[in-house]
Design a protein around this ligand. Structure first.
Ligand code: GUN
Length: 292
């Protein structure tokens, strides 16, 4: 039987503990931790993510402020908003929701955030600390994958781990976190020759390729542990899509083929996704504590 690694369960368990930690921060510091969420434009998926992040803050006692900016904003105007939040003592974390509308530089906007106020862990300052082995905050999605492994007591040390994808937000920091946990790590990507021959050797595979359901059973050895970071909406009528005009979510892995083949797998939805938000909240509290 393949074990389902529920991020929902892990996030819920950690959220209960986080509520207590936030309360204890408030008693000590006489203020709540603060997260500023910046959304530029009206990308529908980003609007949903931002709404969920704000709701999650409310649940744990972190005060969030929402800064909605038009997609006509200039890079300089966006930087002015970030500078104001950098200087605001009630703000512990600043999140600029990605992707930004065309014409705006994500790199410049992200780098404008003070590393000490970067709960996404995406500034070069925080990525640098991570890769130097002196982590302040690690990026939320790969950190969430590690916490799922920790919760389910999945040993990483000594194992072979393959990360599929090399983005700054998931693939690269994921590889570093696995390395720090003493795995032997390989990073595969879109230019890798014969991906199947690489992933099918691995004890642990983390997939963050951004391609719906492209990895079936033949990509994984029997007994492997799989974390599926992908999230895609399958339209009605597509294979696996929902009936009656309802779309259905899926990951990068063809999970139905992995049942009774993998040792354990994260589902989509309910796997890595809920952990990303939980890690954002935990990182925000950590930054608040470091500033205090
Ligand atoms: N867009 C998709 N995921 C993320 C994330 O974790 N942080 C930010 N800032 N934008 C995102």
């Amino acid at each position: 039987m393949t074990q389902i690694l529920s991020g929902l369960v892990v996030a819920e368990t950690r959220r209960a503990k986080l509520v207590e930690k936030v309360q204890s921060f408030i008693s000590k510091s006489n203020r709540p931790p603060g997260l500023a969420v910046v959304l530029v434009g009206a990308d529908p998926a980003s609007q949903v993510y931002v709404r969920n992040k704000i709701k999650a803050c409310e649940h744990v006692g972190i005060v969030s402020t929402h800064h909605r900016l038009p997609d006509t904003i200039s890079q300089d105007e966006l930087h002015t908003v970030i500078d104001t939040l950098n200087a605001d003592s009630a703000v512990d974390g600043i999140l600029v929701q990605l992707p930004l509308p065309k014409g705006l530089s994500e790199t410049l906007a992200t780098e404008r955030i003070l590393p000490s106020k970067d709960p996404d862990g995406l500034t070069s300052g925080n990525l640098g600390l991570l890769f130097a082995g002196r982590t302040r905050v690690a990026p939320c999605t790969p950190l969430g994958v590690m916490k799922i492994f920790e919760h389910y007591k999945i040993e990483v040390e000594g194992k072979s781990a393959v990360v599929v994808g090399r983005s700054n937000i998931v693939g690269k920091p994921m590889a570093q976190l696995l390395l720090e946990a003493n795995a032997t790590v390989t990073v595969a990507h879109s230019k890798t020759f014969d991906l199947k021959s690489v992933t099918s050797q691995a004890d642990i595979v983390v997939v963050a390729a951004g391609r719906p359901q492209f990895m079936g059973k033949e990509f994984f050895k029997s007994g492997s542990i799989i974390a599926d970071v992908g999230i895609h909406r399958l339209p009605d009528g597509a294979a696996g899509g929902g009936p009656n005009g309802k779309s259905k979510l899926c990951g990068d892995v063809l999970t139905s083929e992995l049942m009774n083949h993998a040792q354990a797998i994260t589902p989509v939805p309910g796997g890595v996704g809920p952990m990303t938000i939980q890690m954002l909240l935990e990182n925000t509290l950590r930054l608040a504590e470091l500033r205090a």
